[in-house]
Design a protein around this ligand. Structure first.
Ligand code: AMP
Length: 299
């Protein structure tokens, strides 16, 4: 059973304290699918413009990602420009060009409509709702969002929160959403909105998972050279759900392991711009980092 993701495929321009990358392949669905496809067949729903290169489309196919749901429309691909703070923990959006996403008509291939896990990656909340309503059968529904949509589509977002099982959210977005400034209070307030499982990401400080049974907290993998944090959250979610899709049962042990693998894969993403590092790792690289993380965290 596959994973279906709807999200953005983008051309990103990114300022980090040491470098600038222009029009590199990015987007929430991109990072998610390159990470989740390490574990499970992944099908992408996204819209790109005529300027989207064949080379990039072929990269998805080469990574065994189903691209039937990628629609090419007249116009330009979604573009995002951002700038990171000196310690890379904060970022400012300089520009968001919706381009072809302004036409938010979504067509989903029939073969996508039954899946194991549906992930509504960061994209216009209206598109997330549209995709959710067109699906025929899913076992687990998960989602992400960001401040851009929390400030502009809050009522629609609340509707979604009441129907999804799992929410991934950054700490500052959780604070914006709930009006709280304590992570425990944020999680409590979000759980009242609907999701049974909440993962709050804290950048280089790690992540926390809240379920009905337990709370689980992990640090980020310590790295000496972080090049670009873009996509860390999406690849975290991709590896988390990819790993979970292989679990026999979704219990706290499976969720804990998924959290670890999400964390490990995200640590590779940030070691280069775009999906350069993420698309080049193999199972052995992942296992080595997993073992090293296990050693670092044992007490
Ligand atoms: P992350 O660093 O995991 O939060 O995700 C970064 C990706 O989100 C970038 O590659 C951007 O193209 C994409 N992105 C930025 N702004 C938006 C937005 N408003 N909606 C959807 N995706 C976005």
């Amino acid at each position: 059973m596959s994973i279906v993701v709807v999200g953005t495929i983008a051309y990103d321009s990114i300022y980090t304290p040491n470098a600038y990358a222009e029009d590199v392949l990015g987007g929430s669905a991109t990072y998610f699918s390159f990470a989740s496809s390490i574990y499970s067949k992944t099908k992408v729903i996204a819209t790109v413009g005529e300027d989207f290169s064949d080379e990039h489309l072929n990269l998805f196919k080469k990574n065994n990602i189903d691209t039937e749901g990628i629609n090419i429309l007249q116009g330009k691909t979604f573009r995002w420009k951002g700038k990171y703070s000196k310690d890379l923990n904060d970022r400012t959006t300089i520009e968001t060009q919706l381009n072809v996403l302004k036409n938010n008509k979504i067509s989903i291939p029939e073969s996508y409509k039954k899946c194991n896990i549906l992930f509504l990656a960061n994209i216009d909340t209206e598109i997330q709702i549209e995709v959710f309503s067109q699906m025929k059968k899913t076992n687990l529904n998960a989602m992400d969002t960001m401040n851009f949509w929390i400030t502009s589509k809050l009522e629609l977002l609340k509707k979604l929160f009441s129907i999804v099982n799992l929410l991934f959210i950054n700490e500052d977005e959780a604070e914006l959403l709930t009006g709280e400034n304590n992570i425990m209070k944020c999680a409590k307030a979000i759980s009242l909105m609907g999701p049974q499982i909440i993962v709050i990401k804290r950048g280089s400080y790690g992540a926390l998972l809240f379920s009905k049974e337990e709370i689980c907290s992990i640090p980020a993998y310590p790295l000496e050279n972080v090049i670009d944090p873009t996509g860390a959250g999406d690849s975290f979610a991709g590896a988390f759900l990819g790993y979970l899709s292989k679990a026999k049962r979704i219990n706290i042990n499976a969720l804990r392991k998924a959290l670890i693998y999400g964390n490990i894969i995200a640590s590779f993403t940030v070691e280069d711009f775009s999906i350069n590092k993420l698309a080049s790792i193999n199972k052995k690289d992942i296992q080595n980092r997993y073992l090293s993380f296990k050693k670092i965290c044992s007490f």
